[in-house]
Design a protein around this ligand. Structure first.
Ligand code: CA
Length: 348
């Protein structure tokens, strides 16, 4: 990345991301639309994972994004069905869904706060994680078909799949190693994780070796939305009054134990990473990019300046505007053309 200092503010100017740079207005330009997205989300843990899927589908409705796949990085067999519920609600029941098939022991307690509830209540046809393909194989299958440097991965949970993807070996989909395949096909990685300038954040701590490997070896730019960004943007309460009653996003926030009992809002960690990935920085954020994100063995992290890598982190500038943008997208119904969708011809 090229780096400029503008009025004392360190910003990145990435020729990879932008083909140029104007002040702090970073990210994919309109000419890059639709942005090809793979979402990697630990849905069911926290309500913002449902929120991030709402943003992704609204961006697809707007022609801003193309959804290549959604991936679930944990062993919970109901994660993939919950993703299928939301994809189906938004009229895209055939989006490929991959799930983690490995035996990694996560370093903390995992929850199914709403995956099973969604699967029991809403239409879908992927009923169990065992029926979903292995996420690493699906990553390789999809990446192999895409144009070079065209895919943006948005990772808003533990980075288990990303680390295992890097370590994957040639197969029937590609003769490239995982590292080579990512380098060839991925434009950049947008991560919700860590904290800046220092952090001790859940997504990293629950699989610290994975986040550490990705930070140290991922061969494209990485843009982190740290804990402090989403922590300052609270959303969700409008779902209860403005979203359709049959919205699985609304259902994911209703009665979720992490949602504030008074305000009915929850932090918007995951949505910030998606918003940046699709729309760029606009004037919502500036980026710090001189240095790199160091992650230790336990998952604690800090921004260091002794070496420069293709890492950046978001610095929130417009919390109220970001809040409104995110919540507008979360409460909006699926496009009308999809409201008439029938569920008779779903996945094969
Ligand atoms: Ca998450």
């Amino acid at each position: 990345m090229n780096k400029n200092t503008l009025l004392g503010l360190s910003v990145i100017c990435s020729s990879i991301l932008l083909g140029g740079c104007t002040s702090n207005n970073m990210g994919a330009s309109n000419s890059d639309k639709p942005v090809k997205i793979i979402l990697d989300s630990d849905i069911g843990q926290d309500s913002d994972d449902a929120g991030v899927m709402a943003l992704l589908h609204q961006f697809a409705d707007n022609g801003e994004a193309e959804i290549l796949a959604t991936m679930f990085p944990m062993q919970d067999p109901m994660g993939a069905p919950a993703m299928d519920v939301i994809n189906t609600y938004y009229g895209r029941p055939d989006i490929p869904i991959g799930t983690y098939k490995g035996n990694y022991e996560y370093k903390g307690k995992l929850f199914d706060h709403y995956n099973t509830k969604l699967a029991e209540k809403f239409p879908h046809d992927l009923m169990h994680g065992k029926d979903a393909p292995d996420a690493i194989a699906l990553y390789r299958k999809i990446l192999a078909k895409q144009a070079d440097r065209s895919v943006v991965i948005v990772a808003v949970g533990p980075e288990r799949l990303l680390a295992d993807l890097l370590k994957s070996t040639p197969d029937g989909y590609s003769k490239l190693s995982g590292h080579e395949l990512v380098k060839k096909k991925v434009k950049f990685l947008s991560v919700m994780g860590a904290g800046f300038p220092k952090g001790d954040e859940w997504n990293v701590k629950i699989a610290p070796d994975a986040s550490k490997l990705v930070a140290e070896t991922w061969p494209t730019p990485i843009v982190y939305s740290g804990y402090e960004v989403g922590n300052a943007v609270r959303t969700g309460s409008r779902l209860l009054t403005e979203a359709p009653e049959n919205s699985p996003i609304r259902a994911s926030y209703e009665n979720h134990p992490f949602v504030d009992k008074v305000t009915k809002d929850r932090q918007s960690w995951d949505q910030t990473s998606m918003l940046y990935a699709v729309r760029g920085a606009e004037d919502n954020w500036t980026l710090e990019s001189t240095g790199y994100n160091y992650i230790d063995e336990s998952g604690k992290n800090e921004w260091r300046n002794d070496t420069d890598k293709d890492h950046s982190y978001l610095i929130l500038q417009k919390p109220e505007e970001v809040k409104k943008t995110i919540e507008d997208l979360m409460v909006a119904p699926p496009a009308q053309r999809k409201a008439n969708h029938t569920f008779s011809s779903q996945k094969d």
